[in-house]
Ligand binder design. Structure first.
Ligand code: IVH
Length: 699
């Protein structure tokens, strides 16, 4: 690898004093740090340091236009506008894959491979396949000439695609220059460009704010972003590229000896792509056909934990030497197959629509559906969001509609399939709150109940407070909240912490075990970080990210309560709307009364401790996570250890100091043992986190 580490302090002089060599060193340094960040997931410098260096690069490039290198990281911010997309002929064509959805079909595929290759049945359990995610994005072909990215194009019809090089160059983890010293004369790398769920949600929120058309799913958002004329737009969208195959290689004399030709698909993923500077998906598996079937089930379970949408796995014969003998059908290669997850959409009848009052008073239409199985889950209800959405979908009661489940979210009605002209009934917006019957107020596209004592609002905010998005009180589920509210045992969230044996005695359906569990779960949540507490209040427009920001900027609830709207607005990332929500919430007498009563109950909010970077407790540690974590998502776990000073890695390396394993952990456990790396179960990990974040002052 040629990525050499260059320290930021080397560039402390004024940009006018820079030599061409200095400029080239900045390019190399930024490439190195960008690679650590985007490809290895192990940033070596802070964002601020990176930005500083980046600004320097731009200054020098402005002064010396003629120095700009074809692989300068400045190309990542885009700027090039292309009015027309030229056609690009793919050589060889970009084929598609045959699809299966059942395990029996996977076995049939295995049988066909054996038959075609005339292999002996006795090798059936040792024959290796490679499984990798089937990314749901836009297929891309990248062409590198002598190591420099010269073209990026869409798959198109497989033979001919569109030249979108200007946009491709802005994708964060696509190297503009390959990391090997003697690159082939020509190398084409194929893969998929995808958008994270997080980026997709943020993008749609932004589009909604600007009253623009929303994207239906991350795939469309990725494709739409890459087909823009102005590459600044693609640059602003959080896109990632995952390579999955090599299209073509033309070696020159010096390259041939440097980059040995991979013999297996596993080698392509594990050695070849990373050596070139590409990030590969860690969700891969080599094994016999039964291992692959197990892997499919595991990935299907883990699907909702992934940052990206995948719609199945691609199973490939691992030994590349056999691909040619397996041949191709008219459309597909016979060495690979796409094993797809069951559909996550289904068609059913819209039986009725009811209206539900949420914690902020917004009244949401809910579709009642004829029960239907969507990707293994029976769906009876789906969200219709608001009246404008109903108009947009043009659905009526009695129509046949398509329902989808995307990620872990509540199912939603996606489209109208068939309108029942004879019997369909119009969906009418209610005038009064379905819960408290007060007159509703129309606010933009929303209907809102403004009665703060409305049962619907109160129960919904209590449910939210105790839910996974709030304090996560395990033994206090939504049904119990409703029951306890109706029995007048709880009215506000502070009352939850005043519940005791006596209050919970004599309640229908509550036995001794349940009561003890509930009281234990509640008392376990008596010490909560400021961030979690803010999040659990369910303040309008204040979710996880804003709560995190608040906790970063304030030490106590008292400080927050005495903050003005303008001061909230001054926090980076907090705009006037959120500032107003925060201010109004913390200046409402009733809210303050409830918070004060809560603090009197023995409930404590742990103040965030400001630590200097050098004395963070996990400094020097490199954590790797494997298997399914049940208590928290992997990216949350990574964030938490990073906050405590540790770095994280995707795979076990010589730098790894600790492996945290969840359920169904795979080969990393063995690797960690072999390398004598400390291992920790999820439970031990949580204990460690609790220990490290303990001993802090209470507000
Ligand atoms: S291999 C000849 N591997 O699926 C084999 N394709 O239906 C070429 N895809 O257009 C494809 N993830 O865009 C391969 N790990 C993966 C993939 C993958 C997603 C897409 C690809 C292709 C389509 C084939």
């Amino acid at each position: 690898m040629t990525m050499k580490k260059i320290l930021v302090k080397d560039f402390s002089k004024s940009s006018t004093d820079f030599s061409r060599q200095d400029y080239e060193d900045i390019v190399l340094a930024l490439q190195y740090y960008g690679h650590c960040y985007y490809t290895l997931d192990e940033p070596e410098i802070s964002d601020a340091e990176y930005d500083k260096l980046y600004r320097l690069l731009i200054e020098v490039e402005k002064l010396h236009n003629d120095w700009i290198l074809p692989d300068s990281p400045s190309l990542k911010i885009g700027g090039e506008v292309r009015k027309v997309f030229e056609s690009v002929k793919h050589d060889p064509p970009m084929m598609s894959l045959d699809n299966i959805t059942e395990e029996t079909q996977l076995i049939e595929f295995h049988e066909r491979v054996f038959k075609t290759l005339k292999l002996s049945d006795k090798n059936k359990n040792t024959f290796l396949y490679h499984a990798e995610p089937k990314f749901d994005g836009l297929a891309i072909d990248l062409i590198y000439k002598n190591g420099i990215l010269v073209s990026g194009s869409t798959r198109g019809d497989g033979d001919t695609g569109e030249d979108i090089t200007h946009n491709i160059k802005t994708v964060r983890n696509i190297p503009l220059k390959l990391m090997i010293d003697h690159a082939p004369e020509l190398l084409s790398i194929r893969g998929e460009c995808v958008m994270t769920y997080e980026a997709f949600d943020a993008l749609n929120k932004e589009l909604e704010k600007n009253e623009k058309k929303l994207f239906a799913n991350p795939r469309n958002a990725a494709a739409g972003s890459l087909r823009q004329q102005d590459s600044k737009i693609a640059a602003s969208r959080d896109l990632y590229f995952f390579p999955y195959s090599i299209g073509k290689v033309i070696e020159n004399e010096s390259s041939a000896s440097h980059l040995s030709c991979p013999k297996t698909q596993a080698e392509i993923y594990k050695t070849y792509f990373p050596a070139l500077g590409f990030k590969v998906s860690p969700e891969i598996k080599s094994g016999n056909i039964n291992d692959i079937a197990d892997h499919f089930r595991l990935i299907m379970e883990r699907r909702s934990l992934l940052k990206f949408d995948i719609d199945g796995i691609v199973v490939k014969v691992n030994d590349i030497g056999l691909w040619e003998s397996l041949g191709i059908t008219s459309k597909y290669p016979r060495y690979a197959i796409a094993y797809k997850f069951p559909a996550r959409s289904a068609i059913t009848k819209l039986l009725d629509v009811s209206f539900q009052t949420g914690r902020t008073g917004i009244v949401t239409p809910v579709a009642h559906l004829k029960p239907v199985n969507v990707g293994g889950v029976m769906i009876r209800r789906a969200s219709l969001h608001n009246m404008r959405e109903i108009e947009r979908l043009n659905v009526h009661i009695g129509d046949m509609v398509e329902v989808i489940r995307a990620g872990d979210v509540i199912p939603k009605v996606e489209s109208l399939v068939e309108h029942d002209v004879q019997n369909a009934k119009l969906i009418k917006a209610p005038e009064n709150c379905p819960e408290c019957h007060e007159k509703l107020v129309v606010e933009d596209i929303f209907l809102r109940c403004v009665n703060r004592n409305c049962r619907g609002r109160k129960v919904a905010s209590l449910k939210y407070f105790a839910s996974k998005d709030g304090l996560d009180i395990d033994g206090l589920g939504a049904e119990w909240i409703e029951k306890l509210y109706d029995l007048k045992k709880i009215n506000d969230f502070c009352d939850i912490f005043y519940l005791n044996e006596e209050a919970l005695t004599g309640i229908d359906g509550m036995g001794e075990i349940l009561r003890q569990n509930m009281l234990r779960s509640i008392s376990e949540k008596k010490n909560i970080t400021l961030e979690v507490f803010i999040k659990s209040l369910g303040i309008t427009n204040v979710g996880a990210r804003i709560s995190e920001l608040i906790a970063e900027n304030y030490q106590s609830l008292d400080e927050i309560i005495s903050t003005s709207q303008e001061q909230f607005n001054e926090i980076h990332e907090i705009g006037p709307i959120i500032a107003q929500s925060l201010y109004e919430y913390f200046h409402d007498e009733e809210n303050i009364r409830v918070i004060k009563k809560l603090l009197k109950s023995g409930f404590t909010v742990i103040a965030p401790e400001k630590k200097s970077l050098t004395d963070l407790p996990l400094k020097g540690e490199v954590f790797v996570f494997t298997g399914t974590l049940t208590g928290l998502k992997r990216d949350e776990a990574q964030k938490l250890v990073k906050k405590l000073g540790a770095k994280t890695g995707a795979s076990i390396s010589s730098q790894t100091t600790c492996l945290v394993y969840g359920e169904n952990a795979g080969s990393k456990l063995k690797k960690a043992d072999e390398a004598s790396i400390k291992k920790m179960s999820e439970e031990e990990f949580i204990n460690l986190l609790n220990q490290l974040s303990g001993d802090k002052g209470n507000t």
